[in-house]
Design a binder for this molecule. Sequence first.
Ligand SMILES: Cc1cc2nc3c(=O)[nH]c(=O)nc-3n(C[C@H](O)[C@H](O)[C@H](O)COP(=O)(O)OP(=O)(O)OC[C@H]3O[C@@H](n4cnc5c(N)ncnc54)[C@H](O)[C@@H]3O)c2cc1C
Length: 497
Amino acid sequence: MHTSVAIIGAGFAGIGAAIRLRDRGIDDFAIFERDDRVGGTWRDNTYPGAACDIPSRLYSYSFAPNPEWSHTYSRSAEILDYIRSMVDDSGIGPHIRFGHTVSGLEYSADEGLWTITFDEGHEQVRARAVVLASGPLANASFPDIPGIEDYQGHKIHSARWDHDYDFTGKKVAVVGTGASAVQIVPELVKQAASVKVFQRTPGWVLPRADVRTGEATKRLYRSVPGAQRLARSLWFWGHETVALGVVWNTPLTRVVEAVSKFHLRSQVADPWLRRQLTPDFAAGCKRLLMTSDYYPALQRPNCTLVTWPIARIAERGIRTVEGVEHQFDCIVFATGFDVSKNGTPIPITGLDGRDLAAEWGRGAFAYRSVAVSGYPNLFFTFGPNSGPGHSSALVYMEAQIDYITDAITQLLDHGWKALDVRAEAQERYNRDIQRRLTSTTWNSGCQSWYLTEDGFNATMYPGFATQYVGQLRRVELRDYRILVHQGARTPAAAAIQ
Ligand SMILES: Cc1cc2nc3c(=O)[nH]c(=O)nc-3n(C[C@H](O)[C@H](O)[C@H](O)COP(=O)(O)OP(=O)(O)OC[C@H]3O[C@@H](n4cnc5c(N)ncnc54)[C@H](O)[C@@H]3O)c2cc1C
């Protein structure tokens, strides 16, 4: 099979990329998705309490506004419905090949085509361009705790929830206190007999003002689209302001910490518990936690916070380092994802047999987060250094897919063989990114999934969303080598801006 564009993954990014390609009149594309449904993160994360922690008005695409959001922060099922409705409304459904797990990508320089292989043994696909939209947080990971395989009770990962398991009357452990855990615990304490929350490090918690959207507001957004655009804009600029205290370690970071400490004091009366819940790193260094329900849940009579480090998991429960064994019917692992910061999610072979996993062995890097020199016509969504610490991933993703569709449109319209980003442009960009990262909160000394074991930050973008979007506003062809088919004329330098 041959296609002009292969998109890997049918989450927000893959679906968005397909819609924008279609908007530009490109119809020859296929989306390869390993699952049997679209939705990515929001198909997989269905744990009780799952919701976005950036307001839905901003955590959605500007080209697919949704006046129907029921709350400020929508629940998982509603976000999944939104993704499905984008697929239905745009008619891209027939382009999706479910049950296709991409196992490798290999570039042929002679033809300027990528060969895509699949785990299931499907026929190989050849594509002029590839959009790798396989998601940064798509692979649930259990922690590396000794004895985890010995546990005989029920084991659930937050990203693979077992909806058949009845928590009523059960003794439950929750391992982890990150963004998913703070949403799960308030729901579990309502049902389980007891919940013990195992905390390694407490995070900075900010209150989440989640309100139901009234009918009148929805009517307004339906009938006056500009009103919804304005609301989105206000959220956008509000978050941009917050960047001053969250992205960079500045006096405003102390203001964010003060707000968080005030929230803690107002919700937790016990000074000892407050101390256990107070972080010892700069706010923003790890993902901020947005919740008004977590602290009250921790103080329910059936809930206990355990701060002793876990020594091992035993047959019936969890043993902490001071020698106590806590026994459980079920352990919930809210322990995050396997994030490829060094290496690639799938093997990728570029020009002259170059192996991207090896090149990224000490930390991933790219040009403006979307392309890598030596891997022509391959584009990344949520690529290296594209993570927002203060704003919506979808704002960043929309900029990426618009840039990528622009590059692909130029490639196909001109009949070029390939666009390969110049190594010098990529190096210049990354030198600047790494220099700017030194003054950010993420590089201020805490341990987080943003950094490799060596402390290299291959994940986050050190700036405002406005800057990130700005750098992707247009494809600067002078930063690319344009490869043409044999006999065709290379575009004159003068034509390349
Ligand atoms: C619980 C949770 C809550 C979040 N909340 C927010 C939030 O509030 N605000 C925010 O800004 N960000 C949030 N994020 C970040 C979130 O990951 C992104 O916002 C977004 O959903 C990612 O979309 P994506 O399309 O890049 O990846 P995904 O949604 O992960 O989609 C990737 C798709 O690719 C498929 N895939 C993966 N590998 C292969 C392969 N080899 N072959 C074929 N298919 C493959 C997967 O099955 C999946 O369907 C959250 C993340 C999680 C996990």
